[in-house]
Design a protein around this ligand. Structure first.
Ligand SMILES: [Zn+2]
Ligand SMILES: [Zn+2]
Length: 164
């Protein structure tokens, strides 16, 4: 979704609302596969005494992969975003602003960046997920495996530490 902002930049007090849904052109993360219909985005852009701000939220559901047991599970996401927009920047060292070239805001790609930035480093299906047995590969959430009792308890403690 590209939004034309020339009018907003030029007119104090003007406002534009948006509400749309899109599927990103690239994957957000290797651990996430988006459910249909994609990412729902809503919010507004307004010119308040010459300062143009963008605020809104993105919502989506996805199947994500647990980093401990590798099982997929459903998760709902909600990411809020706020930015100040400018159409030119005299001091281009300033990271606080988004520079909107030619007054066309590429909102979908900005939202994707915000989502990726907000994602946790890893997902767990459950805080208590027991993961996979490091020896036989069995998913220990579905019950203990046969080799578990052979593991030296000191080794088990070490593995637990590494896992955390
Ligand atoms: Zn898990
Ligand atoms: Zn095992």
């Amino acid at each position: 979704m590209n939004i034309q902002l020339e009018q907003i930049f030029n007119l104090e007090g003007s406002k534009k609302e948006f509400d749309f849904c899109f599927e990103p052109e690239y994957s957000l993360s290797d651990d996430i596969s988006l459910d249909a219909p994609g990412i729902a985005v809503s919010g507004k852009i307004e010119n308040n005494t010459g300062i143009v701000s963008l605020s809104g939220k993105a919502e989506f559901s996805a199947t994500v992969v647990c980093s401990r047991c590798a099982e997929g599970f459903k998760k709902d996401f909600q990411v809020e975003f706020h930015h100040l927009l400018v159409n030119n920047l005299e001091n281009d060292d300033n990271d606080d602003y988004i520079v909107v070239e030619d007054s066309v805001l590429r909102l979908s790609s900005l939202v994707c960046e915000d989502i990726i930035f907000s994602l946790p480093l890893r997902f767990l299906c459950d805080e208590e997920c027991k993961g996979l047995c490091s020896r036989c590969g069995k998913n220990l959430n579905s019950g203990p495996c046969d080799c578990k009792k052979e593991v030296d308890p000191r080794m088990a403690a070490l593995l637990q530490l590494l896992d955390d």
